[in-house]
Design a protein around this ligand. Structure first.
Ligand SMILES: C[S@@+](CC[C@H](N)C(=O)[O-])C[C@H]1O[C@@H](n2cnc3c(N)ncnc32)[C@H](O)[C@@H]1O
Length: 290
């Protein structure tokens, strides 16, 4: 079911502009600095590779990368293989170690997959994949900044007098409940430390997003995949989920604004359980995409 939802998102996946493009540019610049310091060929594994645009940006820096892209969606893997020379692996990130070698990757990427993959499982898998001195590049939204979204869910759906709208609200809640996106950086950092890893660098990007109408909300949530979990409701075919989402986005009032808070982390092995350091904490601000 989840595979079909992500295959559906692949058709409209947008890494050319907006959040993904801004994130890829920022990560390539930061991570590129770190990877340039390493000698010899670099093995990279991208868990939830999507359309491969992040690997393509790293390769464009001239880094000597051998690339592996893992994803649950065959359609995404095809997009990635068309974009960059990489080995594709069709598997869930939760089981990456069953299909990829241990301690073999100088860089492991996991960008925007915590909506679908349990954080603890992901961190444990990534830790096993990392070669000595390797770095995990983890990018995720957090729930910070999502207040207006949750208020809107209450106002337009869950507290509506219309039973159809309340049912729609419950479907949205079910999708949100499936997500493993952390509440904040602090809670994520605690999980990182518990996994025997340490944050080497943190940058925070705030994307101010405004939907001026229902079409913009639909495009963001469904076509670009930010609400892909809505399409994975058991028993609801993807096409029906899209029709429901189309109807749902028409029930809100516009303009509607909220902030996407995105944490971009470089993570390494903890030298010891008591030794933690943060090399740099920064903040990037980017404009909304709507
Ligand atoms: C929002 S996209 C992010 C793609 C890419 N990492 C990027 O930053 O552009 C999420 C990707 O995760 C994939 N995905 C979803 N669930 C997954 C899982 N359990 N294991 C691996 N990949 C998964 C989707 O197919 C999709 O390609």
């Amino acid at each position: 079911m989840s595979q079909r939802a992500h295959d559906a998102v692949a058709a409209g996946y947008n890494s050319g502009s907006g959040i993904i493009a801004d994130k890829n540019r920022a990560v390539a610049a930061q991570l590129g600095e770190r990877l340039r310091l390493r000698a010899g060929p670099l093995a990279a594994a991208d868990l939830g590779v999507g359309d491969g645009a992040m690997l393509a940006q790293l390769a464009a820096l001239g880094l000597p990368l051998t690339m592996t892209g893992l994803d649950v969606s065959p359609a995404m893997l095809r997009l990635a293989a068309d974009r960059v020379p990489l080995k594709t692996v069709h598997a869930p990130a939760q089981r990456a170690r069953e299909v990829l070698p241990a301690a073999a990757f100088d860089v492991v990427l996991a960008h925007f997959i915590l909506a679908y993959v349990d954080r603890h499982a992901l961190l444990a898998q990534a830790r096993e994949l990392l070669a000595p001195g390797g770095v995990l590049s983890l990018v995720t939204t957090t729930e910070e900044g999502g207040g207006p979204f949750f208020e809107g869910l209450d106002r337009f759906f869950l507290k509506s007098r219309n039973p159809l709208k309340r049912a729609m609200g419950r479907l949205c809640q079910r999708g949100i409940a499936q997500s493993h996106v952390p509440q904040s950086f602090a809670s994520l950092e605690a999980d990182i430390q518990a996994a025997g890893l340490v944050v080497l660098r943190r940058d925070t990007m705030r994307q101010h997003i405004t939907f001026n109408n229902a079409d913009e909300a639909y495009r963001f949530g469904i076509d670009e995949g930010w609400a892909a979990n809505f399409l994975t409701t058991p028993g609801v075919p993807v096409r029906a989920g899209k029709a429901l989402a189309r109807w749902g986005t028409r029930q809100a009032t516009y303009p509607f604004s909220f902030t996407h808070v995105i944490e971009m982390l470089e993570i390494g092995m903890a030298p010891s359980s008591t030794n933690r350091h943060t090399e740099r904490a920064g903040s990037l601000d980017a404009k909304g995409i709507a």
